[in-house]
Design a protein around this ligand. Structure first.
Ligand code: 13P
Ligand code: SF4
Length: 330
């Protein structure tokens, strides 16, 4: 039974769908609500610049999980996508974890339905399961260890060479790790809808037009794109790379939200979003990440909804591989 008006709105829309007066100073209200409720805002680099700027902590998937583990806030407002909110909830079962919009999913997480994945896992009983953090809590519960793009290589290499491995759900990241480590992990056939759309032809043409530009890419990109990259890394690794590099121009193959932090860190350098096969604007946006808005964030904090709710049994099981990852990342 739906309890109140707001639960009904969330059931229908995935967020509190209430008009917000344009006279409200959202930044001020959000900062007030945060103090009153002892809430913390955790944001991923792919959200809009405005949301990045009001986040208390901004980071890649690993740093956000680490931050969620150590926060003493009563409420965690996760501005990213659903699996990130779930990870924060798994690490903090007694805290309230809220998100601006429950519809903010992830194509990678959706590519691995729990039933199909469990059947696949059962076909390979001697394999350990390594899952990229971009997956549902149910998939995490079926995994031996979780990885992010920052620590995947190190964690895969922590397994003995003769240990058969399954890597899910990102076939591109899995394939990249196989190619660097010489492993032969069985890959689940999932991909990120943003990173698989980069056009190699357009990127090479852009590199010709900008011969001094350095091409950097996220490992969720497809292999042909990664093969021409000068540097491959997680969002944080890409950000650190451009900050330290002597180059002045970069072609960036990851979601365009990160460009805001790159530009802030290096105001004198220029960043060109890598073109995708079907974009006319030359940039790649994750439509899920971009479902987060200032209005929804404000309403989420005001009503403490929508909340991430998980079954205790799933939390118990999913926590084990996440904690294993956090331990291996120290
Ligand atoms: P990282 O920020 O961990 O590199 O992950 C990128 C991503 O796709 C998050 O959805
Ligand atoms: Fe998922 Fe790709 Fe969006 Fe990241 S960018 S949240 S992997 S769909």
């Amino acid at each position: 039974m739906l309890k109140d008006k707001y639960d009904q709105l969330i059931f229908k829309h995935g967020f509190v769908n209430e008009p917000v007066s344009s006279s409200i100073d959202l930044r001020k209200e959000i900062s007030l609500l945060k103090k009153v409720k002892n809430a913390v805002i955790l944001g991923h680099y792919y959200i809009t610049p405005e949301l990045q700027d009001i986040s208390d902590f901004l980071g890649d998937s690993l740093a956000l999980a680490q931050q969620a583990q150590k926060t003493d806030a009563d409420i965690i407002l996760f501005v990213g996508v659903h699996f990130m909110g779930e990870t924060a909830k798994i690490l903090n079962p007694t805290k309230k974890v809220i998100v601006p919009d429950l519809n903010a999913g992830c194509s990678l997480a959706e590519s691995a339905p729990a039933d199909a994945f469990e059947a696949f896992k059962n076909q390979h009983p001697d394999h350990k399961v390594i899952s990229y953090i971009n997956c549902s809590a149910e998939i995490k519960a079926l995994s031996d260890v979780i990885v992010t793009s920052s620590n995947a290589m190190k964690i895969v290499e922590s397994f003995p060479k003769d240990q058969p491995l399954i890597f899910a759900p990102d076939k591109n990241l899995g394939n990249y790790i196989n190619s660097v480590t010489g492993r032969d992990m069985i890959l689940w056939n999932g991909a990120c809808m943003v990173h698989e759309k980069y056009s190699l032809g357009k990127i090479v043409a852009l590199m010709d037009q900008h011969p001094d530009a350095v091409f950097i890419a996220h490992p969720e990109c497809e292999q042909p794109v990664l093969m021409v990259a000068d540097f491959i890394g997680s969002t944080t690794a890409l950000l650190n790379y451009v900050s330290k590099s002597n180059a002045n121009e970069f072609i960036v193959a990851t979601e365009s939200g990160i460009l805001h932090q790159m530009q802030k860190a290096c105001p004198d350098k220029s960043f060109i979003p890598a073109p995708s096969i079907d974009s006319t604007c030359g940039c790649n946006d994750c439509s899920y990440m971009k479902l987060n808005t200032m209005q929804k964030l404000y309403l989420a904090l005001k009503y403490e909804k929508p909340e991430i709710i998980l079954e205790p049994a799933i939390i118990e099981k999913a926590k084990i591989p996440i904690l294993r990852m956090l331990e291996l990342s120290k």
